[in-house]
Design a protein around this ligand. Structure first.
Ligand code: NAP
Length: 303
């Protein structure tokens, strides 16, 4: 099902940007780092260069442009170009991948044709940046791809990587929009993000046990590991960006990369998620779709 082994990308959203998590990542074989210009109070790039400049060459670094201090979100080509140049300057090296950050934020208030032109102009900037060596490749990261799905993307510059939400908290409308964008834009790779919806302390993770989505004996597997592993399947993605500042948590996540997803359970879950009456209520959707997909294994999935 996956072309390559699932890959963990260490995300830095709301991270303390401490050196110890970066050294732990390298020790655990994690070589992908995902940040964005606005992370860490718009100082992510400078902080990384200051606290771990010597480690950065060992990582493949992705970053994002689209949010600007004092301005907010913008797809203005001049600002985007300057954002890429600043990323190179502040990191002290070219990023491997630059994403257009949540373009949907500025894709409002125009005809579909005008919105497509606005998006195309933004993509042109990143494509040119990659051609000129300011980054190796470019992509698009979208929290809510529904506005993108409403645009004819087939004639626009094609991103190499599309990053979208992944995991059991993603609703069916977002999954469908993701599928539509992938079909018309045909990015080479897809990454998932935010497998826990931003926090493992959310009530849903206390109540929901994703381990029935894994194959084989599950003794020793944690709920967090299972929720992380299934994120590579909902939707199917090559890599998942996850945030942690805790080396023990990172180890736990890297171990989960070796678990196997029960494909039939995942397929059944997705089929039942699409039942019209289940749409619109997220936590009920997880519960109902899992039960109806027959993966409840008694009461273990929902304590
Ligand atoms: N639009 C966009 O482009 C966009 C939007 C959102 C996210 N992202 C990307 O996706 C990445 C991840 O998303 P996210 O930050 O929203 O949230 P997330 O990865 O879903 O959740 C992060 C939380 O999970 C906890 N956690 C991780 N592993 C754990 C473990 N083994 N045990 C217990 N808790 C664990 C972390 O706490 P600890 O630190 O205590 O481990 C952290 O509070 C971001 O860093 C960013 O790279 C991109």
């Amino acid at each position: 099902m996956h072309g390559a082994d699932p890959r963990l990308v260490l995300g830095l959203h709301r991270s303390g940007h401490r050196r110890d998590i970066l050294t732990a990542a390298l020790d655990l074989g994690v070589h992908d780092l995902d940040t964005a210009a606005p992370y860490h109070g718009h100082r992510s790039h400078q902080t990384l260069a200051q606290c771990a400049g010597d480690l950065l060459p060992k990582f493949s670094i992705s970053t994002k442009v689209g949010y600007f201090p004092g301005i907010g979100h913008s797809l203005d080509p001049v600002r985007l170009r300057r954002g890429v140049e600043l990323a190179v300057q502040d990191l002290g090296r070219e990023p491997d991948l630059v994403f257009l950050h949540n373009p949907e934020q500025s894709l409002t208030g125009g005809s579909p044709g005008r919105l497509a032109d606005r998006l195309a102009a933004a993509c042109d900037v990143l494509e040119a940046a990659a051609e000129q060596g300011l980054c190796r490749t470019w992509g698009v990261s979208s929290w809510d791809p529904r506005p993108l799905a409403a645009i004819d993307l087939s004639g626009l510059p094609r991103p190499e990587t599309l990053m979208v939400r992944a995991g059991l908290l993603v609703g069916v409308e977002i999954l469908d929009a993701t599928q539509a964008v992938r079909k018309s834009w045909k990015p080479t790779t897809a990454w998932g993000m935010s497998p826990f919806g931003g926090s493992t302390a959310r009530l849903v993770w206390e109540m929901f046990d994703a381990r029935p989505f894994l194959q084989g004996p599950r003794d020793g597997h944690t709920r967090t590991q299972a929720a992380f592993r299934i994120a590579f399947r909902v939707p199917v993605v090559d890599a998942v960006a996850v945030t942690t500042d805790n080396p023990v948590h990172l180890r736990e996540l890297t171990e989960a990369l070796h678990f196997n997803v029960d494909e039939q359970s995942a397929d059944r879950y997705l089929r039942h998620l699409r039942q019209p009456q289940r749409q619109g209520c997220r936590s009920f959707t997880i519960r109902a779709a899992s039960r109806r997909a027959g993966i409840s294994r008694g009461s273990s999935w929902y304590a």
